[in-house]
Design a protein around this ligand. Sequence first.
Ligand SMILES: [Zn+2]
Length: 309
Amino acid sequence: MIIDAHCDVLWKLWENPERSFFNSSDLQVNFEKWMRSPVKVQCFAIFVPETVAGAAQFDVALEMVQLFKERIIDPYKEIVWVKNQEDILSLAPNERGAVLTLEGCHPISDQISRLKTLIQLGVRAVGLTWNQGNAVADGVGESRGAGLTDFGKEVVYYLNQERIWTDVSHVSYKGFWDAIQLAEYPMASHSNAYAVAPHPRNLDDAQLRALIEKRAFIGVTYVTEFLNLSLEAFRKDVVRHMKHIINLGGENSLGFGSDFDGTDKVVTGLEDYTDYESFISQMVTTHFKGETVKKVCYENFIRTFPRKI
Ligand SMILES: [Zn+2]
């Protein structure tokens, strides 16, 4: 069993409505592949691209909620929309869970009511930023490098109150430290170790330790340049990041956040859902003991899911 904390299929479906979630071969995550894979629960991110004009961004976020329901949940009796820890624990053996998340607060602008709406609609993890700055904080790509705004603090307080994950992947360095101080339920859905691959999207040891101290979920991601800064990455690169995080004490935090369908460059041998089974059975079980494999594959995600019922 595997839980994957991040993919961008919703964006792919929105970008090209011709794509079929059932079996489009250019989707790394589709229904057919999912049913053949060991993935039990998948998080689906609402990601509104920068090309969408400011005023329309919230509308597009709502369109993606609707896409999630109409294209992923409703057509398949096997797929269950999971909104809390109990929902995951209650999945029948033949069922798979789908979690709705938000990648970046730019679609809410500076309106807390929009955040409230998205949570009401089922969003269970909220990324503070994508790479650019927004009304909440700066992202890693914003040279100003500012931390949380007053509105950003309001956002995190609301997420705490509602027991929703505050996702720090993509946020600026200062934004990370502001968030980690305030967030009761921090997580990094798809980030790797800076000490292994010094990319601004990765987390340095101090950041990883801070997440580990808070017993927060950390999802290693299969984006080639976050694995080894080059154009080609392999399964062993993913394992290097996993080992580093475990060596820092992250055995109870580590998990997966693939970023499938969010990146063009794929890891050789971990190209889509169909490779998960052999990746786990050949690589992960070779390098980690059985108890650790279970924690990384699914237990850490389930235990840290803030919304219990
Ligand atoms: Zn991302």
